[in-house]
Design a binder for this molecule. Structure first.
Ligand code: BES
Ligand code: MN
Ligand code: ZN
Length: 500
């Protein structure tokens, strides 16, 4: 759960503001600090320049920190000097990453209740204070996160207050706006992470539907199994058959700040496999271990739809999730079965573990009938994508280059990485079936693109992009601002995309 931390901005002098910890910064290689850090150095009689840099050799490398006591020379009890790295490498993304590190460090101290900080990177010639503050807030929210719901002993004492202190009214005003946005995005991320980190016995299709129904300022329709059948979603239903958990088809609609004059109409679809055992083509234990995360796409969609009430974009946004489990129950679909998707296309089941694309097939058909201009799906879809791009880069593909380009841009500014994979028609060959319109799997080689080509069969008359987050949704070791576990992959990209 995200901690209850109060992030705010206060007009004042850094050296006169009481706090347990004051965070200042230093670019790599700087010997005599200027700006806010320089003022603190002067107030501390040169402790930073002469001792921390001069004697201790603190070099300002990115993410490095040095904690020193102030002995009453300024109002804060301690100063935390953080390295910003090389000036030329400094970006807003680095402010976010750094802020996550800072808050983790302060939490570990145990006795840092109130932390104050400079606006990293917003000095003369630096970033807009709004951007800087937004990154600080995002990073602080991300860094504060821990999933300790099921721990008897919760993580110990935490930071209560994190305050950006600045002397200028103008900067404070901008910083306030930045914090507001950063908080919305930070909490959306943590919302998604909570859901993906949950045990599969909790995050069931029914639970996802309940969460969707509780969202504010949107209209939610949940289709039950009979209605799913009536809609002709044979591919989705085929996957759902092997589980005792009933499937739910979830459609959340946000009408836009001014519904009569919306700028764009977008549908976002999240893969919602609440547990992927592989089905009858069952996975080996090591591959099944994290398969509770196979609804991370759905978690991202719920998080984004939940954030719209605060972000208030003037576009129509549809959030769509075909939620079910992929289980090898007695009634499970079998290799060799032929499923008919909502658009009438028939699919011969080659491998029951390629279930995500089947549920997405029907969701894509549904989305394309909504009269939207753009459809984006996000899914933990293929191990092949993980092999190709690793666990820090998501795959992206689609039928409209400008949409893909925009999404990649939104990913980059959000601190995510995406790389485009091609959807050449050659990939379709391996999906050919002797007795149906297609098979659900083809060659293992190029598996991420083959899955993309499969999905394209269910896309009609819209700009479409498919994001494969199989590698990025859930990580086994800490990376940048994230500890191991769910990352909320796609949330920042989709929010940036909707807000552009
Ligand atoms: N949910 C998996 C993909 C996945 C793999 C997500 C690793 C996260 C980490 C998906 O349903 C799956 O099982 N895909 C198969 C497809 C294959 C049978 C064509 C895969 O990638 O092995
Ligand atoms: Mn699978
Ligand atoms: Zn899956």
């Amino acid at each position: 759960m995200a901690d209850k931390i109060e992030i705010s901005v206060e007009k004042g002098l850094l050296e006169k503001t009481p706090a347990n910890v004051l965070v200042v910064n230093l670019f790599e290689g700087v010997k005599i600090p200027a700006g806010a850090t320089g003022a603190i150095d002067a107030a501390l009689d040169g402790l930073i320049s002469k001792f921390v840099i001069g004697k201790e050799g603190f070099d300002g490398k990115f993410g490095k920190t040095y904690l020193l006591p102030t002995h009453g020379k300024i109002a804060a009890e301690k100063v935390l000097v953080v390295g910003l790295g090389k000036n030329k490498d400094f970006t807003p993304n680095r402010i976010r990453e750094l802020s996550a590190k800072v808050i983790k460090k302060c939490q570990k101290m145990g006795n840092a209740k109130k932390v104050i900080s400079v606006l990293h990177g917003a000095g003369i010639g630096g970033y807009d204070p709004e951007v800087s503050a937004r990154m600080i807030a995002e990073g602080t929210f991300i860094g504060c996160y821990s999933f300790d719901k099921y721990k008897s002993e919760k993580s110990p004492k935490k930071v209560d207050e994190f305050t950006i202190v600045d002397m200028s009214d103008e900067n404070c005003k901008k910083a306030k706006a930045g914090i507001k946005k950063g908080k919305i995005i930070g909490s959306a991320l943590n919302f998604a992470r909570d859901l993906s980190n949950e045990q599969p016995a909790y995050a069931t299709p029914t639970k996802l539907a309940e969460i969707a129904q509780d969202l504010k300022d949107v209209e939610t329709k949940v289709y039950d199994i009979d209605e799913i059948e009536e809609m002709g979603m044979g591919a989705f239903l085929g996957v759902a058959k092997g589980s005792i958990q009933l499937p739910k088809f979830i459609h959340i609609k946000y009408k836009g700040a001014n519904p009569k004059a919306v700028q764009r109409k977008i549908a976002i679809i999240g893969k919602g496999i609440c547990f992927d055992s592989g089905g009858l083509d069952i996975k080996p234990p090591s591959s099944m271990l994290n398969m509770k995360d196979d609804m991370s796409g759905a978690a991202a969609i719920l998080a984004v739809m939940n954030a719209l009430k605060d972000l208030k974009p003037n576009c129509e946004v549809h959030g769509i999730i075909a939620a079910c489990e992929n289980m090898p129950g007695a009634s499970a679909y079998k290799p060799g079965d032929i499923l008919t998707a909502k658009n009438g296309k028939t699919i011969e089941i080659d491998n029951t573990d390629a279930e995500g694309r089947l549920t997405l097939a029907d969701a894509l058909c549904y989305a394309c009938e909504l009269g939207v201009d753009e459809v984006i799906d996000i899914a933990t879809l293929t191990g092949a994508c993980v092999v190709a791009l690793g666990s820090t880069v998501s795959g992206i593909m689609g039928n409209h280059q400008p949409t893909i380009d925009k999404l990649i841009k939104c990913a980059n500014s959000g601190g995510e990485k995406m790389w485009q994979l091609p959807l050449f028609e050659e990939y379709a060959d391996s999906l050919k079936s002797d007795i149906a319109d297609m098979k659900n799997t083809g060659s293992r080689m190029g598996g991420a693109q083959i899955a993309g080509v499969f999905l394209q069969n269910f896309v009609k008359k819209v700009h479409w992009a498919h994001i494969d987050i199989a590698g990025t949704a859930y990580i086994d070791k800490p990376y940048k601002e994230f500890p191991k576990g769910a990352t909320g992959a796609g949330v920042r990209t989709l929010i940036n995309y909707i807000m552009m």
